[in-house]
Design a protein around this ligand. Structure first.
Ligand code: GAR
Length: 193
């Protein structure tokens, strides 16, 4: 049976990329076929190489140029792109070539605390400063207006009076690890059913 081939794009620690790679290890129908990062230091690169998953580090200029990333995805016959803490904007050429086929995870309940400049710990700081009573994660499809693609799933956590950005970040990571891989799997299955 032909596998659905996913490319994971990651920039930082890589905990979400690693959770995805682990989840799809030996999966009967879905394969992690490529890891792309814009950082040599991305924590997902070493685990990818240990798992014999192809990986590429592209410069920010290459990511933005509308050709390099698209060609790389085509070379690896990628069906689905998963943004797992990828902190650069995806070029329009890629968005158009993968309609409803790019999934992003965002560490807040969108549409709140989304948009330009809102990523990683910045989001948690903003949630704490706004005295919100809850936060969470949004897993969504990427369209031409980045954070505005349709939501696949949202999961909430309470924000307690004694939480700070660091403790909130910890709760969010726990949610991400628990739900992101299975939601990605469910979404892919819904496309191929
Ligand atoms: C994750 O919390 C992810 O939700 C967030 O960056 C972190 C990456 O962590 N993504 C965004 O903020 C996208 N706007 P990781 O490198 O350990 O997966």
């Amino acid at each position: 049976m032909k596998h659905t081939r996913i490319a994971i794009l990651a920039s930082g620690i890589g905990s979400n990329a690693l959770a995805l790679m682990n989840h799809f290890d030996g999966h009967p129908t879905i394969r992690t076929s490529l890891l792309v990062s814009n950082k040599e230091t991305c924590g997902a690169l070493l685990p990818a190489s240990k798992k014999n998953i192809a990986s590429e580090v592209l410069s920010n200029a290459e990511i933005e140029d509308n050709q390099t990333l698209l060609m790389l995805l085509k070379q690896h016959s990628i069906d689905i792109v998963v943004l797992a803490g990828f902190l650069r904007r995806i070029p329009i050429s890629v968005v158009q070539a993968f309609p409803d086929r790019i999934i992003n995870i965002h560490p807040s309940i969108l549409p709140e605390f989304g948009g330009k400049g809102m990523y990683g710990a910045r989001v948690h700081h903003a949630v704490i400063e706004a005295h919100k009573k809850s936060s969470g994660i949004t897993i969504h499809v990427v369209n031409e207006n980045y954070d505005e693609g349709h939501y696949i799933a949202q999961f909430f956590v309470p924000v307690r009076a004694n939480d700070d950005a660091s403790s909130l970040g910890h709760k969010i990571r726990t949610l991400e690890q628990r739900y992101f891989p299975t939601v990605v799997e469910g979404y892919i299955n819904s496309l191929t059913d």
